[in-house]
Design a protein around this ligand. Structure first.
Ligand code: SRM
Ligand code: SF4
Length: 581
């Protein structure tokens, strides 16, 4: 058994010695076992890795800080919930709020003494952090498809039910963080009927999408539901199992995978089927090797038919065959949109999801002012953007002026390539980062925008995503251009994913320095301009050309440019990934 399994078993439903540990004033952090348990409570112990260098030079003690993740089902927040997050960011975190790639909010830089305040403030507004991280079902994501759409209204209750039904039940959360106080509608029961003492072998992710908008990357979820419709109404779901992206460099036994179609189900089976799939993972997932513990490995190794048979054993009946639901588009959800009820919603682009006040733009102040003044509901997107909904038409000009006054770029001025671009946090907070991501992304995107413009491709919107390591938090493997941190200044370049997240990219160049990424892309972009079919997207073009031809294009250009140094050898995991597409 992996060490984490023993920690879970001995923890008394995630209590450990946390109650004492968080009051221990002589240490900035918590014990190693508690550091594992707090993940289930939505917290990560971290060190500021910029400060680490100085600390090592001057020999001072390590100062631990915490990342706190709140769980926001379907990305939906009431005005009070948004404002609670805003105040925590100001009062006890590093002053920023970060929209995650799963529609949650994260705070960074919270000190141990600020944790209880953070959790209590969020709980007061009926937001929990329990189960935002850890070996449980994580936040359930949903396309914000049209705050104007009838369908979201029909889909959202499913998201809520999944979220509530699959949440951990332990009382330890309220005991440790809320001094035993329980906010009525968040009150958990002291037993874990689904999870038991060992919870799941690993994290488990669920997403709900519609065929005309895969902004949530449904095929990358452990369990994905794609709605089928009759007119404007929900008819049922085609269910996908076994998506997951994490891998380790040079370990071909680890690889990204897309979900495979399991069955079609009517809406009333959403929760029973989800529970059955989670139970199959609970009972059959690898509890020895955490690198092999995701459900994708069960699906690939035992086959989707085996998974279906196991799910049916739990359900006690046979499931219908999956229905084809071709996924057609994925939207950034930006700009003003008229709602069905006559009101309006506004999607605002947030670079890398970081809501902050800087010298050039004050999105944090602007967003707080919008929420305080107009009381909109807020939707966070899996592309790290934000949508304010239910706004009166009369508010539009005032909100536009407010955003302008605070330097927030309006949607129409965000270049197509930027709108859905994603970066993970990486340095300085993420302990697993091998390279930079969020901090270098704006400059990289500037360079890419200029290149696209120089080639006359500025209206193209290839999906670009970067991560500081191969864990895949910004989903680079389903992007059309994926950059994955290798070490320091070097990245692996993935091309050929689809614009709508239905195909994995392939690694076409390894150890590319940051400076060389755009020059490496240049010959491929030129070939795209010259040889694309009418309406063909960049990712589809790279896929049609094939990874070897793309590598050749890059190698030829590299030979011509004597200063460049790019290894185009195929990295072993790429072959695994493309074999699955
Ligand atoms: Fe992630 C671990 C950030 C979405 C795969 N992820 C981490 C940690 C907690 C680092 C750690 O374990 O010490 C990162 C915290 C960094 C920081 O300083 O904030 C982290 N992951 C994120 C977020 C914040 C990235 C973002 O840019 O928004 C996303 C939070 C989502 C949420 O609200 O729940 C985030 N992580 C993802 C996704 C994308 C998704 O789910 O759609 C993936 C790929 C899909 C998947 O799960 O396969 C992802 N994160 C991982 C993995 C690899 C898991 C694996 O199977 O190997 C790790 C490492 C681990 O779990 O050991 C990881
Ligand atoms: Fe950290 Fe890697 Fe995830 Fe980026 S992809 S947040 S570097 S774990």
């Amino acid at each position: 058994m992996a060490n984490v399994e023993a920690i879970k078993v001995q923890s008394q439903f995630l209590r450990g010695t946390l109650t004492d540990d968080i009051h221990q004033a002589t240490t900035s952090g918590v014990t190693a076992a508690n550091a594992t348990l707090i993940k289930f409570h939505g917290l990560y112990q971290q060190e500021d890795r910029d400060a680490r260098q100085t600390r090592k030079q001057v020999g001072t003690t390590k100062v631990q800080q915490f990342m706190v993740r709140s769980k926001v089902p379907g990305g939906h927040l009431t005005p009070a919930q948004y404002l609670a997050h805003d105040s925590v960011a100001t009062d006890v975190a590093n002053g920023t709020l970060r929209i995650t790639t799963r529609q949650d909010f994260q705070f960074h830089g919270v000190l141990k003494g600020g944790l209880k305040h953070t959790i209590a403030t969020l709980n007061q507004s009926l937001v929990t952090t329990l189960g935002a991280c850890g070996d449980v079902v994580r936040n359930v994501v949903l396309c914000p498809c049209g705050v104007s759409d009838q369908l979201r209204e029909e889909l959202f209750p499913h998201v809520r039910q999944l979220s509530t039904h699959l949440a951990p039940r332990t009382n330890s959360y309220s005991e440790v963080w809320l001094d035993g106080e329980k906010v009525a509608s968040l009150e958990p029961k002291e037993e874990e009927p689904l999870y038991g003492r060992t919870y799941l072998p690993r994290k488990f992710k669920i997403g709900v999408a519609v065929p005309w908008d895969n902004c949530i990357d449904v095929m990358a979820q452990d369990l994905g539901f794609v709605a089928t419709t009759e007119g404007d109404h929900l008819q049922g779901f085609t269910v996908y199992v076994g998506g997951g992206l994490g891998m380790t460099h040079n370990k071909p036994a680890t690889y990204p995978a897309l979900g495979q179609a399991l069955a079609w189900i009517p809406p009333e089976l959403t929760v029973p089927v989800a529970e059955a799939v989670v139970k199959v993972f609970r009972d059959w997932g690898d509890r020895e090797n955490r690198k092999h513990a995701r459900i994708k490995y069960l699906v690939v190794e035992r086959g989707i038919a085996w998974v279906k048979a196991e799910v049916e054993k739990h359900l006690g009946f046979t499931l219908e065959a999956p229905r084809a639901v071709p996924i057609r588009q994925a939207h950034a959800h930006l700009g003003w949109v008229a709602q069905r009820d006559g009101r309006w919603s506004l999607g605002v682009h947030v670079e890398s999801g970081r809501i902050a006040d800087t010298d050039t733009q004050q999105s944090k102040t602007a967003f707080r002012a919008i929420v305080e003044r107009f009381q909109p509901d807020t939707l966070l997107t899996c592309d790290q953007n934000i949508v304010f909904s239910n706004l009166p038409a009369a508010a539009r000009s005032e909100i536009d002026a407010l955003l302008k006054q605070h330097g927030v770029t309006p949607a129409e001025n965000i270049s197509p390539v930027r709108q859905r671009a994603l970066a993970c946090p990486a340095l300085p907070t993420c302990g697993l980062a091998l390279s930079e991501a969020e901090r270098i992304f704006p400059a990289f995107l500037n360079e890419l925008e200029q290149e696209l413009e120089a080639l006359g491709l500025e209206t193209e919107a290839p999906v670009v995503r970067i991560t500081g390591c191969p864990n895949g938090c910004a989903r680079p493997y389903t992007a059309e251009i994926g950059l994955v941190g290798r070490s320091g200044d070097h990245y692996v370049l993935y091309l050929g994913g689809s614009h709508v997240g239905t195909r994995l990219g392939t690694a076409v160049a390894d150890l590319v320095t940051l400076k060389q990424i755009v020059p490496t892309l240049r010959p491929v972009l030129r070939a795209f301009r010259a040889q694309r079919l009418p309406g063909e997207q960049f990712g589809d073009f790279c896929h049609r050309l094939g990874a070897d031809a793309v590598r050749q294009l890059i190698a030829q250009a590299t030979t011509l440019d004597s200063g460049a140094s790019v290894s185009t050898r195929a990295v072993s995991h790429a072959q695994e990934a493309s074999a699955l597409t």
